[in-house]
Design a protein around this ligand. Structure first.
Ligand code: HEM
Length: 376
């Protein structure tokens, strides 16, 4: 398809873009394409997730995310991630030791990291970390179950319990005498075009942030662990040379992109890689395909650790909506891998391990990973 039909007409109303040129152009062009899955920017702003808010409002709100998740803030979370990963791996190895080395790694280690990190960055109590992961999964599962008639529900309507919990955290911050440094406080107290965001808008964006950082990062760490379990040579090579961890993460993002698809609505007629797209049509942009485009990547299907520009991929999107959490995601993934490398001499798939399909249609990552671990 990339060679013969880079933008394919699925039906009258929708197209599927697969070449790197089409995906990059479409994602960068916010004048012609808006929205995301099930959210095309036509609902009240306070119920719209950041990814679906049209310019110029998107850019104004986005600045708050950028500053809150910027390197100098996000890097302060690194000692927390180190401590967290070490504690979780202790538990995982203890559990494995009771079952002749066998353990389900996604549940015991991988999945618990991103939700705890987001909760930490948001400044919510540590006792609630696990609940965050569950709620975040439930929102995605309920979105997946929605039929066409109910798919326009806001995040608050989809998960009232989650919304109520965040409403309480918002009230605490509005009542605090000394404002804290966390993301929720920043969203509440920063002026956007001369006024503050409403409580509902802050709740919507906070829920979105939790979900956006959770499913994605867990899949990235899980995809790396799966490669390790399937490829003994790769694992021992990385163990011998930790400088390869950074290119390994980038190559995993490229070849096993955690976000496989992004959706947009076209607002004005335009051509995409030579194919006309008309206002009102939906376009599905295949990040997964763009990242394997042979016109840009040599041996595109191969997993290689010595690509000349390892960060040149679309896994975090492109243009004004490019992922603001990329630094945090890379940092927590690096720490999760380094902690693992230093404590685990060998990882292999357990006999009988069966890959399960990911229920989130736009995501790629193992649901479970039954492995046998040999500690150092
Ligand atoms: C491996 C991990 C991650 C991947 C692969 C990833 C991927 C992406 C992609 C592809 C987009 C673009 C969406 C679009 O254009 O519609 C995006 C946006 C976003 N991501 Fe991430 N992300 C990751 C981690 C995170 C983390 C850790 C956070 C938060 C702490 C986060 C927060 C966001 C937000 C808020 C947006 C919307 C930005 C906007 O619309 O301006 N992401 N991410």
């Amino acid at each position: 398809m990339r060679k013969q039909c880079p933008v394919h007409q699925l039906d009258e109303d929708s197209l599927f873009a697969v070449s790197l040129a089409a995906v990059e152009t479409g994602l960068k062009n916010v004048d012609h394409f808006v929205g995301s899955f099930g959210d095309s920017g036509d609902r009240a702003e306070e119920d719209s997730i950041l990814a679906a808010i049209p310019e110029p409002r998107h850019g104004m709100i986005r600045k708050i995310f950028n500053s809150a998740l910027a390197y100098h803030h996000a890097s302060k979370a690194e000692p927390f991630v180190e401590q967290l990963a070490t504690g979780l791996l202790d538990e995982t190895l203890l559990l494995a030791s009771k079952h002749r080395g066998q353990v389900e790694l996604m549940g015991s280690y991988v999945r618990r990291i991103p939700s705890a990190v987001i909760a930490h960055v948001l400044g919510v109590p540590s006792k609630d970390f696990e609940t965050f992961a569950r709620w975040s999964d439930e929102v995605l599962a309920r979105q997946g179950q929605d039929d066409a008639s109910s798919s326009n529900r806001s995040l608050g309507e989809i998960h009232p319990e989650f919304a109520e919990y965040l409403d309480d955290r918002i009230s605490e911050r509005l009542e605090a005498e000394i404002p804290s440094e966390d993301v929720i406080t920043r969203l509440l107290l920063t002026d956007v075009d001369g006024e503050r965001l409403s409580r509902n808008a802050v709740r919507t964006q906070t829920m979105f942030l939790i979900i956006a950082g959770n499913e994605t990062t867990r899949n990235l760490i899980g995809n790396v662990m799966q490669r390790f379990a399937e490829d003994e040579t790769l694992y021992s090579r990385i163990r011998k040379d930790e400088t390869l961890v950074a290119p390994l993460i980038e190559e995993s993002l490229r070849v096993d992109s955690p976000v496989q698809l992004l959706a947009r609505s076209c607002t004005r007629d335009i051509e995409l890689d030579g194919i006309p797209v008309t206002a009102g049509q939906r376009v599905l942009f295949s990040v997964a395909s763009a990242n394997r485009d042979e016109s840009t990547y040599l041996a595109a299907e191969e997993f290689q650790l010595d690509r000349p520009r390892p960060r040149d991929h679309m896994a975090f999107g492109a243009g004004p909506h490019v992922c603001p959490g990329a630094y945090l995601a890379r940092m927590e993934t690096r720490v999760a891998i380094e902690t693992f490398l230093r404590r685990v001499a060998r990882i292999e798939l357990a006999p009988g391990h069966r890959p399960e399909p990911n229920p989130v249609f736009w995501a790629l990552g193992p649901q479970s990973l039954h492995v046998i671990l040999t500690p150092t």
